[in-house]
Design a protein around this ligand. Structure first.
Ligand SMILES: [Ca+2]
Length: 136
C-alpha cells in the first residue's frame, strides 16, 4: 500500500465523519484496502479481501486445498521494478511440468488489488509470476 492510498483513505473517512484514529487503526478501518504484505501475492477465499488469506513470494504450481478453487479476491504486492518478474497470472488447473495449466482466470499487474471478479471466482489452482500478462 502506498502512502498516497493511505492518505486518500484517511481523507475519505474524515469526509464521512468517521472518528479519526492514529496510523494503522485508520488504515484498518478502510476495508477496501487489501492487507497483503509487501513482497507477496495474496488470494482470499471471500470477496473484498475477506475469509482466509493465502500468500506467496513466488510461483506455486499446485495450490493447497485451503485456497484451490476458493479464490475470490486477489492482491499483487510483489516487489516491482525494471526487469523484475512482477505480474501474476492465475490458472484454472494445477500444473506439473507436463500438464496444461488450463485457462488463465485472472492476471494482476504490479499493485493490482481485485476485490471481486466473476470470471475468476473460485477457479484458481496455480499461479505463475512473469514479466507480463500475456506469457507464462
Ligand atoms: Ca470463494
Amino acid at each position: 500500500m502506498t502512502l498516497t492510498r493511505v492518505t486518500a483513505a484517511m481523507a475519505a473517512l474524515a469526509v464521512a465523519g468517521v472518528p479519526m484514529f492514529a496510523g494503522s487503526a485508520a488504515a484498518a478501518a478502510a476495508t477496501a484496502l487489501a492487507e497483503c504484505p509487501e513482497g507477496y501475492f495474496c488470494a482470499w477465499t471471500d470477496p473484498n479481501f475477506g475469509g482466509q488469506r493465502s500468500q506467496w513470494a513466488g510461483d506455486d504450481n499446485w495450490w493447497e486445498g485451503s485456497i484451490a478453487d476458493q479464490d475470490s479476491s486477489w492482491a499483487n504486492h510483489l516487489t516491482s521494478g525494471p526487469g523484475v518478474k512482477d505480474h501474476v497470472t492465475v490458472y484454472a488447473s494445477a500444473t506439473t511440468p507436463t500438464d496444461d495449466p488450463g485457462d488463465a482466470t485472472i492476471c494482476l499487474r504490479p499493485g493490482d488489488e481485485v476485490a471481486h471478479n466473476a470470471t475468476a471466482d473460485d477457479r484458481g489452482n496455480s499461479h505463475s509470476v512473469s514479466h507480463g500478462c500475456d506469457s507464462r
